[in-house]
Write a protein that binds this ligand. Structure first.
Ligand code: ADE
Ligand code: ZN
Length: 335
């Protein structure tokens, strides 16, 4: 990786912690927990990571989750992610977790969140990475299941900054979860939602108008609706874009066709992130690298993208300004 991109101060705002499960850790946890895997080797796992669309990825992603059983497993997963991120100068990370993919297998909510939270605390102390946690509801499951999950989260509210919406998008519009997002906002949670990844622009309108989303995860299909793009620009709604994910899941045929640069030039507050780094060929730095290589991003473009992420972070204004200042100093020193 270009040392300039590696050292660039970054905010990661779109990372599913379960998507950071590298094959070697998957095997180690499978052995530790005596869980059978449908793969014989790490190489065989990597060969299986060829996806036709979002659903073909999710099937493998949820299968991988089966090795996560104990508090220490969630700690190890989160800690491994933070170590890799520290090596790419991630200064702040807002991390999604999918409790239903664990509670549905009988793993208590408390076990999941305690392991993740303990690693995040250690990451702040020994790696200097600040962090927030965002609980995502699985949209292929029922509204009632989301509401039940929300109730389980309430005793841990001080560890969770917001709620989000992920999993199979098409056929599961944001409106299905309106009441649980209303309840979350009433309790003081911020909200985000995956929308416009595979789903239509209408789902982005719904995420904004019905769920009160402060940011849209992916959102790249907004470009099909000029009125929506006008609104995103006017309101400076952040879109957390994940270039490698979008190509791996065939949202775009190639990186050269990705609309990140077009959206940036149009004035949309786009940012760059990793989504599921263990599955899509890289962490946030590799996403910047791939986008820069294919789209010819200038240093000024990279500065804008990285700066947008600090501005879009769920941090107090003083903290956002401090981190943006670190970025500006880095850019100045890089010349
Ligand atoms: N869960 C993990 N990664 C996801 C993605 N890219 N889209 C929707 N749900 C997800
Ligand atoms: Zn995602």
């Amino acid at each position: 990786m270009d040392p300039f991109l590696q050292g660039l101060p970054k905010a990661e705002l779109h990372i599913h912690v379960e998507g950071a499960l590298e094959p070697d850790l998957m095997f180690a946890l499978a052995e530790r927990n005596r869980v059978a895997l449908p793969f014989r080797s790490v190489e065989e796992v990597r060969r299986a990571y060829v996806f036709q669309n979002l659903q073909s990825f999710l099937d493998i992603y949820y299968a991988g989750c089966r090795v996560l059983l104990r508090e220490q497993d969630f700690y190890d997963l989160t800690w491994a992610y933070l170590r890799r991120s520290a090596a790419q100068n991630v200064r702040h990370a807002e991390i999604f977790f999918d409790p239903q993919s664990h509670t549905d297998r009988g793993v208590p909510f408390e076990v999941v969140i305690s392991g993740i939270h303990r690693a995040l605390t250690d990451g702040g102390r020994s790696l200097g990475i600040s962090s927030k946690l965002i609980l995502c509801f699985l949209r292929h499951l029922s509204f009632e299941s989301a509401m039940d999950t929300f109730r389980q989260a309430l005793p841990f509210q001080e560890w969770i900054v917001g709620v989000g919406l992920d999993s199979s998008e098409v056929g599961h519009p944001p409106e299905k979860f309106r009441a649980v997002f209303d309840a979350a906002r009433a309790e003081g949670f911020l909200t985000v939602a995956h929308a416009g990844e595979e789903g239509p622009p209408e789902y982005i309108w719904q995420a904004l108008d019905l769920l009160g989303a402060s940011r849209i995860d992916h959102g790249v299909r907004c470009i099909e609706d000029p009125r929506l793009v006008d609104r995103l620009v006017a309101e400076q709604v952040p879109l957390t874009v994940c270039p490698l994910s979008n190509v791996k899941l065939r949202v775009f045929r190639s990186m050269a066709e990705h609309n990140l640069k077009r959206l940036l030039d149009r004035g949309v507050r786009v940012t760059v992130h990793s989504d599921d780094p263990a599955y899509f060929g890289g962490y946030i730095g590799e996403n910047f690298q791939a986008a820069q290589d294919a789209l010819g991003l200038s240093r000024a473009d990279v500065h804008r993208l990285a700066g947008n992420a600090f501005q879009a972070a769920f941090l107090p204004a003083t903290e956002r300004q401090r981190l943006a200042g670190e970025l500006d100093a880095y850019m100045q020193a890089a010349g």
